[in-house]
Ligand binder design. Structure first.
Ligand SMILES: Nc1nc2c(c(=O)[nH]1)N[C@H]1C(S)=C(S)[C@@H](COP(=O)(O)OP(=O)(O)OC[C@H]3O[C@@H](n4cnc5c(N)ncnc54)[C@H](O)[C@@H]3O)O[C@H]1N2
Ligand code: MOO
Length: 409
């Protein structure tokens, strides 16, 4: 006896994201200290402020001579060269009227000097005399604390550190930084048809391509993949795999088994969860994408069809992982202009895998590869998604469509 298929309540893409965000906002990541040099794309967990003024000494912005401005009542002017200050050197006394010190870019401007003239406007008369033909309109000296005063904000809590931030922290010799721990993710791919790498291909069987896709996307989005398993369509194996992950993850991502088939074990699991967020989204592919919360862990049940898995990850899991790390999605939402008519229609919005080109006045979007949910021929090449609105009319060339530009593409 077969049991009847469940009716599912469908929600929109935006409502799905809204409930994801509400659930993600209830989670908090612990913090840890990491080496500044290894902190790119980690998210800072506390404000970090300047430990000193920057620069810490008056610094020359040019190669030239440090002089006293009031010496220049007329031009050209000859001054006695009393020293040389390459970058990195100190100078042990103030200069006085009639003196000049040769100085290089980044050099310590000696006390007494209030102007640095550029080398190009000077001429050596002999070993210790320089003639200066003009003063530039500015002093070419960076004052102490010009860029940062001690206590100024360097990196605000919840900022994603980038190479510029690493440079900034290094300038203050801040060698370690407090960051949020990476979100811990467990990946469970389900499917009795899935082979392990190296196994022989036979009728009915396929290699697991979604597992490696999800893993790579998780890593790209700052997660730590604490577990990666592949199981057959067997609810006992699924229960075991989930039990093994108890307390070890913030998010569990499953793949396959979310539809209404006899072996759709994730769909059943979702029904018994503490809170079902959704199990039907008004989109194609991936309408059966499911999310639920159980024992404090957020679960995403991605569709097994590769195109739907890819789309579902970017629209929902990427969104969750980024928000968990206090960041917005890296998918840039914008409007794209369709470069060719699209004739298929659907009751749900169709999210197509496409390619975009930025022109002088718009973003051109178009299909790449097949649009079938099971077709993986465009996963490498797709650089964007664009939305064909639901309804029974064809979508003409030139239509302006909701578009997401994909990161790292
Ligand atoms: N009676 C209905 N059948 C289906 C419906 C429906 O509403 N009623 N929805 C269809 C749609 S749409 C989708 S999408 C799929 C969703 O299926 P599942 O998410 O449950 O996934 P599976 O059935 O396990 O697999 C679907 C497809 O993908 C292949 N697959 C699975 N895992 C992997 C993997 N790790 N790597 C590569 N490919 C994978 C699998 O072999 C199937 O071909 O359901 C439709 N059916
Ligand atoms: O919801 Mo499915 O991914 O369209 O084939």
């Amino acid at each position: 006896m077969f049991t009847p298929v469940d009716e599912r309540n469908s929600i929109s893409i935006d409502d799905a994201r809204k409930v994801i965000k509400e659930s993600v906002d209830k989670l908090t990541l612990k913090t840890e200290n990491v080496k500044t040099s290894e902190a790119a794309h980690r998210v800072i967990a506390e404000d970090v402020t300047a430990t000193n003024d920057f620069p810490t000494f008056r610094r020359s912005g040019v190669d030239g001579y440090a002089v006293i401005k009031s010496d220049f009542t007329d031009f050209p002017k000859q001054l006695k060269v009393v020293g040389n200050i390459p970058a990195g050197a100190d100078f042990d006394r103030p200069i006085v009227s009639g003196e000049a010190v040769r100085i290089m870019t980044g050099g310590y401007v000696p006390d007494g000097a209030d102007w640095v003239v550029m080398l190009e406007t000077t001429k050596m008369i002999n070993d210790d005399t320089v003639e200066i033909s003009e003063l530039q309109h500015k002093d070419n000296i960076t004052p102490i604390g010009d860029y940062f005063k001690k206590g100024d904000m360097l990196l605000e809590k919840d900022t994603e550190i980038n190479p510029g931030g690493i440079s900034l922290l290094s300038a203050f010799d801040i060698q370690t930084v407090p960051v949020y721990k990476k979100p811990k993710v467990g990946i469970i791919t389900t499917g009795s048809e899935l082979l392990k790498p190296g196994e022989k291909i036979v009728n009915g069987k396929i290699f697991n391509s979604n597992g490696p896709l999800i893993k790579a996307l998780c890593i790209e989005n700052g997660a730590e993949v604490v577990s990666y398993t592949q199981i057959k369509d067997d609810s006992n194996l699924l229960k075991q795999a989930i039990e093994d992950l108890q307390g070890k993850t913030d998010i569990i991502i499953t793949d396959g088994g979310v539809s209404v088939g006899d072996y759709d074990i994730i769909a059943d699991l979702a029904k018994s969860a503490d809170r079902l967020l959704f199990n039907k989204i008004q989109m194609r592919p991936g309408s059966v994408t499911t999310a639920f919360v159980d024992k404090g862990t957020i679960y995403f049940g991605l569709s097994g069809n590769p195109g739907a898995c890819f789309t579902g990850f970017y629209l929902y899991v990427e969104y969750a992982l980024r928000h968990l790390q206090k960041q917005t999605s890296r998918c840039i939402e914008c409007l794209g202009t369709l470069n060719a008519e699209y004739t298929k229609t659907n009751d749900y919005d169709r999210i197509l895998r496409g390619k975009y080109k930025i022109t002088s006045d718009h973003i051109d979007v178009g299909r790449v590869g097949g649009d079938a949910s099971g077709n993986l021929n465009n996963l490498q090449r797709a650089t964007c998604f664009f939305e064909i609105p639901r309804g029974d009319s064809i979508t003409p060339k030139g239509s302006v469509l909701r578009t997401w530009l994909l990161p790292f593409k």
